[in-house]
Design a binder for this molecule. Structure first.
Ligand SMILES: CSC[C@@H](O)[C@@H](O)C(=O)COP(=O)(O)O
Length: 347
């Protein structure tokens, strides 16, 4: 089952807020519904947001064309609505990338916009397969052994993409290649993408795994629990600094302390060469309610405030390598994103 797709003139997506209790597919026909689903994390994960952005523009173009009943598409109106969609969440660059790429076909009409969005979906599927294979090879090489245990955070699996995933896609590939001793997902407070979503995916793929509490990750790395740490990414700046789910930075520090490779797995649509460094990445703060309670039950006293950054930034010098669908960039050997063709990165 695909996490997000275009089906009979509408977007269909799995509502991730209901997992693992219920698998429910939502059918989205209006832009406000899509924006709301992005903001409440019914659809989430950087590559899935890229596809949502592109399908969102297809939805806008189709509805503007239908509402005007004209042969000529009101392109300014499509662009105006697309600009609102683009801002639905700030940190994952894939959302604006998907919107902008779909808009490149606007002059050719609504059908061409949809065609581009479908291409983005299909490229995402292919990219995940490729990242899985490259990542699995790299992990065995760096660990110097055929079978490995790997730690990961948040959900970077099929639910965060269209199918298979990025960092969790590497774990799935290791499993398929009989190279996985165990996966060690962190629960990922406060919304538990690791405990709810990654554990659900690992169970469905029948992978050996144990769920870890977030705060134990660094300590357990120091005790040698994992041979590598894999994370996904929401935005990779030009210098390699990487924004990802909050908790990634402390894992990177601990991985360095433990001498364990720390690997970022992300499609090249996540690389943002227009952002110089991590200091320039906007980090979404999701407010007090997610921290002060869970599932509708208040756990903290009323009237408190909280700091709730959904992401943090891992400095490039703590990252061993970035695995994309096209290449492995070994930051630990002095390779940089500047060594990679920038045109290839933006296409
Ligand atoms: C392949 S998904 C990469 C990232 O988007 C993922 O690690 C992450 O941080 C997602 O955060 P979320 O807030 O759940 O959208």
């Amino acid at each position: 089952m695909r996490t997000i797709d275009w089906v009979d003139g509408a977007i269909e997506l799995i509502d991730q807020t209901l997992l693992p209790q219920r698998v429910e597919v939502r059918r989205i026909t209006e832009l406000p519904e899509l924006i709301d689903d992005i903001q409440r994390l019914a659809v989430r994960g950087a590559p899935a947001l890229g596809v949502a952005g592109a399908f969102g523009v297809a939805l806008i173009a189709a509805s503007v064309q239908a509402s005007r009943g004209e042969d000529e598409l009101d392109r300014d109106e499509v662009r105006r609505q697309a600009a609102v969609l683009r801002e639905a969440r700030p940190t994952a660059v894939n959302l604006s990338w998907g919107v902008d790429r779909a808009l490149t076909r606007l002059d050719e009409g609504a059908a061409a916009v949809l065609d581009e969005a479908i291409r983005i979906r299909d490229e995402d599927i292919a990219a995940c397969i490729s990242m899985g294979l490259r990542g699995a090879d790299l992990t065995r090489e760096l660990a110097g052994q055929d079978r490995v245990s790997v730690m990961t955070i948040c959900n970077t699996g099929s639910l965060a993409t269209v199918e298979r995933g990025t960092a969790l896609g590497v774990i799935q590939t290791l499993l398929e290649q009989d190279s996985l001793v165990e996966a060690l997902p962190l629960e990922t407070r406060p919304l538990l993408q690791g405990a709810r979503l990654t554990a659900w995916e690992l169970q469905r793929m029948e992978a050996p795994f144990r769920l870890l509490i977030d705060s134990a990750g660094p300590f357990l790395l120091s005790r040698g629990i994992a041979d590598a740490v894999f994370i996904g990414a929401d935005r990779i700046a030009a210098n390699g600094d990487t924004a990802n789910k909050v908790g990634s930075f402390s894992l990177a520090l601990a991985a360095r302390h433990a001498g364990v490779p720390f690997i970022v797995v992300a499609p090249e649509s996540t690389i943002d060469m227009r952002t110089a460094s991590g200091a320039d990445i906007e980090i979404e703060d999701r407010g007090v309610d997610e921290v002060a309670g869970f599932g509708g039950t208040r756990t903290a006293p009323a009237g408190i405030d909280a700091v709730n950054p959904a992401f943090d930034v891992t400095p490039h010098d703590l990252i061993t390598a970035i695995v994309t669908e096209r290449r492995v960039i070994r930051l630990s050997r002095g390779e940089t994103l500047a060594d990679v063709s920038l045109e290839a990165l933006r296409s």
